[in-house]
Design a protein around this ligand. Structure first.
Ligand SMILES: Nc1ncnc2c1ncn2[C@@H]1O[C@H](COP(=O)(O)OP(=O)(O)O)[C@@H](O)[C@H]1O
Ligand SMILES: [Mg+2]
Length: 408
């Protein structure tokens, strides 16, 4: 049950960093971030734990730092998950009413939802979250809530986020083996980021959140208060650095430095002849590189990544319906020019995603990399609020700010 003053912890084991946020839920449901801890991530590839021992050390460090800053003892956490093994898709489940001239009741709805869930989940997979969309009665009329409607057939449409059960267990165990905490729930990191940066009004009107991480890029699209679509690309900022290392013929560490110091998602003509300045104690690998070339390489990779995203978003009709535009978070959102490039590709307004209705240190709130752990805290708060309702899908329809439509 939701209680003001409740402490919730979000943990993201990202490709670039492991990051924990400790949040307190205020009286009116607002979040106050009390502590944040982070460590460089060494045991993760493309969002998945591949070295549980190294990841364990990083998790310990991040959680210890967050505990100390917030002055709390962490007992349970919400854990962000991502990676190629996740599948985010819309599924349908059908339930036939045994007697034709009978009004649909809550149990019929539950059975249709259960069938949709069942349809979506092959052996070896685990459902992380599912969000009911709407219902079709007798193949034509669409309802938000079909209870009381007389019909012979009910079809539930559900957005489901699935993961490979063993990979999810690997992430959970990496945490539970490293520190004496319980993983309360795994949450898709793209959904967590969206919960951090979108307002209720934006979720209602239609908005997309894109989290540009190190090894992966996640997206979540909300419309009419519901999560309508989500997904992952196994491409992120590290691919930009790899391209730079290859194209500029410099070591990866130098490519990353050059990216942070001179990077741009757009080619700016005036830079075409400029060279990066000499580095103190410059060796062979630190020789100056052409900034024009650097920008060309970077912009090509970002353009390709955003075009891939646009394809996925267009297929979900998100680019038409997201009238509030696109909100970028994750470390990649710091890339100069990325908003302008994204705007050109998506043909929508693009903004830097800022966490909403959250208080805490400015350095935490203004950092686009912290959207996921902060969003996990909000997810936990929303889930706790809904917990008294034990029905099968009540939980699933409630988070993601879905309450705007269903909270009455
Ligand atoms: N100023 C910046 N300009 C461009 N890229 C950046 C900047 N700061 C961080 N990044 C990139 O953001 C990525 C890390 O983002 P983050 O959201 O922390 O990733 P993850 O959640 O996967 O650990 C890295 O690829 C990093 O190079
Ligand atoms: Mg991330």
């Amino acid at each position: 049950m939701f209680e003001p003053g409740q402490i919730l912890i979000g943990l993201e084991i990202g490709t670039s960093k492991v990051c924990a946020a400790v949040g307190e839920v205020a009286e009116g449901g607002e979040l106050n971030i009390l502590g944040l801890g982070q460590a460089r991530s060494r045991g993760v590839r493309k969002g998945e734990v591949f070295d549980a021992e190294k990841a364990g050390e990083d998790i310990r460090q991040a959680l210890a730092e967050a505990e100390e800053m917030a002055d709390v003892t962490i007992e349970s956490i919400y854990l962000a998950v991502t990676g190629r093994h996740l599948e985010c898709a819309n599924f349908r489940g059908v339930h036939t009413i045994p007697t034709v001239d009978r009004a649909i009741d809550a149990e019929d709805v539950q059975l249709a939802l259960r069938n949709a869930k069942y349809q979506s989940c092959p052996a070896g997979a685990e459902i992380i979250d599912s969000v009911r969309q709407d219902f079709l009665v007798d193949d034509h009329a669409v309802y938000e809530n079909p209870v009381g409607v007389v019909g012979a057939r009910i079809e539930a449409r559900v957005h489901v986020i699935l993961g490979h059960a063993n990979r999810l267990a690997t992430s959970r165990q990496a945490v539970e083996a490293a520190v004496p905490v319980r993983v309360e729930k795994t949450v898709f990191s793209g959904l967590a980021s969206a919960l951090a940066v979108l307002t209720t009004e934006q979720k209602q009107a239609g908005a997309i959140v894109v989290d540009l991480g190190g090894g992966t890029t996640e997206f979540a699209f909300f419309h009419q208060g519901l999560l309508r679509h989500s997904g992952i690309l196994a491409v992120g900022g590290d691919h930009v650095s790899n391209d730079l290392a290859y194209g500029l013929r410099v070591p990866l560490s130098r490519a990353e430095e050059l990216k942070l110091a001179h990077g741009s998602a757009l080619v700016r003509k005036e830079n075409s002849a400029a060279m990066s300045g000499p580095t103190a104690g410059a060796g062979l690998t630190d020789r100056p590189v052409s900034l024009g070339k650097l920008e060309r390489i970077m912009s090509m990779r970002w353009e390709e990544t955003l075009e891939l995203l646009a394809l996925r978003l267009r297929a979900a009709d998100a680019l038409r319906l997201a009238t509030e535009g696109v909100f970028l978070c994750g470390g990649g959102a710091r890339t100069p020019g990325i908003e302008e490039l994204a705007q050109r590709i998506f043909q929508l307004p693009v903004h830097r995603g800022i966490v909403q209705s959250v208080s805490g240190p400015a350095t935490v709130l203004e950092n686009p990399e912290f959207a996921t752990p902060i969003g996990l805290v909000r997810y936990g708060a929303m889930r706790a609020k809904q917990r008294p309702r034990p029905r099968l899908f009540s939980r699933l329809t409630s988070f993601a700010g879905l309450t705007s439509r269903r909270s009455s």
